[in-house]
Design a protein around this ligand. Structure first.
Ligand code: SER
Length: 315
C-alpha cells in the first residue's frame, strides 16, 4: 500500500498535489506537511496533516518514519524572487532542506522521492529557444543555483545509494486555487486575478517577455506520471524538461481580453525582469516524452477559459 508524504503541502503546487494524491491513493494514505496554516480547511480536514520544518532533521525523520512513508513529494522551496531578497534563506531551505529529506529517505529506505527542479536551473548562457534537456546550467539566482545543486545531489543519491529519486524542471505554474508566492512567473496568476476582479494590472515584466508555462492539471499529471514511470525506461532521473506552452505577457493579456475585453495592463519591469531574461523562452521536452510518455493537455486559450470560469469561486 502507498504511504505518501507531501512536504511543502501548503504552497501553490503542494496543496493541489496533496488533494490529487488523496483522490488516487485514499485520504488516509497521504500526509500533508507544511510550515504554515493551510489556506483551506479541506487540506487539513480531509487527511493527515502535520506542521514541520524541513530544516529540523530529527523531527522530519520521525514524522516520515511514524507515518510508514514509502514515497515523498518534496514541494517546499523558496522561489526565485524571494530568494534574491533573502539568498541565505533560499540557500538553507532549498539545499539543506533537500539534503535532510534525501538523508532521511536513504536511512529509512524509502521507495521513491519526487523533487521538482525548475527552468531557473538555466541561465543566460543557455540557448533560450527550445532549450535542450542536456545543456549549459549556469543560473544566476540563488534559487537556480540550489536547483542545479539539487539535480546533481538527487542523481548522486540514485547512483551511489540506489535511492529512486526523480525530478522534472517545471516552467511557470499557473493555477487559481492557491496563489503562488515569491516567484518571477507570478505575474501570470496576478494578471488573471486582477482581470477577474475587474481591476487594471501593473505587470512587473515587459510586455514582450516570453517564458514557458504550464497549467496546474498538467503540472500534477507530469509529476504523478513521472512517479509511476517504469524505471527501466528512465535514462535521466532528476532533470526532465517539461513544458506545455510559451507566451509573452502581452499575449497573456490578449488571451484574457477575449473574455474580459476592457482589461487594462501597464508594464513596469522591476528586478524580476533580469531573472526572466536569464531563463528559457521555450523548452524542448522530447526526453520526457520519450522516456515516460509526457504530453500536456492545456494550451493558453484552454487555460484562460478555465481560469476565468473558476477564479470567481476563490476570490
Ligand atoms: N515559478 C518559479 C519562479 O518564478 C520558477 O520555477 O521562481
Amino acid at each position: 500500500m502507498k504511504r505518501i508524504m507531501v512536504i511543502g503541502a501548503v504552497g501553490q503546487i503542494g496543496s493541489e498535489l496533496t488533494m490529487e494524491l488523496r483522490n488516487i491513493y485514499g485520504n488516509d494514505n497521504v500526509m500533508a506537511v507544511g510550515r504554515k496554516t493551510p489556506p483551506s480547511d479541506e487540506l487539513k480536514n480531509s487527511g493527515p496533516f502535520a506542521f514541520s520544518n524541513i530544516l529540523n532533521y530529527e523531527e522530519m525523520k520521525k514524522l516520515i518514519a511514524d507515518f510508514g512513508t514509502d514515497t515523498i513529494y518534496l514541494m517546499a522551496a523558496i522561489l526565485s524572487a524571494t530568494g534574491e531578497k533573502n539568498p541565505m534563506l533560499a540557500y538553507r531551505v532549498n539545499n539543506d532542506g533537500l539534503m535532510n529529506v534525501l538523508e532521511a529517505s536513504r536511512e529509512l529506505k524509502l521507495e521513491k522521492v519526487l523533487i521538482p527542479s525548475s527552468i531557473a536551473a538555466f541561465g543566460p548562457e543557455t540557448p533560450r529557444d527550445n532549450t535542450p534537456n542536456d545543456t549549459i546550467l549556469k543560473p544566476k539566482t540563488m534559487y537556480g543555483i540550489s536547483k542545479v545543486h539539487g539535480e546533481l545531489l538527487c542523481d548522486y543519491y540514485f547512483y551511489k545509494y540506489g535511492l529512486d529519486v526523480r525530478g522534472l524542471r517545471y516552467p511557470g505554474i499557473i493555477s487559481y486555487k492557491t496563489p503562488p508566492g515569491g516567484g518571477t512567473t507570478d505575474y501570470t496568476v496576478e494578471m488573471y486575478r486582477a482581470a477577474v476582479e475587474g481591476k487594471p494590472y501593473t505587470c512587473f515584466v515587459k510586455e514582450s517577455t516570453v517564458l514557458p508555462m504550464m497549467y496546474m492539471p498538467d503540472a500534477l499529471k507530469s509529476i504523478i506520471d513521472l512517479a509511476n514511470a517504469d524505471i527501466k525506461n528512465l535514462k535521466h532521473h532528476s532533470d526532465f524538461n517539461v513544458t506545455a506552452m510559451s507566451f509573452s505577457a502581452g499575449e497573456l493579456a490578449d488571451s484574457i481580453r477575449k473574455y474580459i475585453p476592457g482589461f487594462k495592463v501597464t508594464y513596469e519591469p522591476d528586478f524580476r525582469q533580469k531573472i526572466a531574461d536569464s531563463w528559457p523562452m521555450s523548452l524542448d521536452d522530447t526526453v520526457a516524452r520519450e522516456e515516460w510518455g509526457w504530453s500536456p493537455d492545456y494550451d493558453l486559450d484552454m487555460m484562460t477559459k478555465d481560469m476565468i470560469e473558476n477564479l470567481p469561486s476563490v476570490l
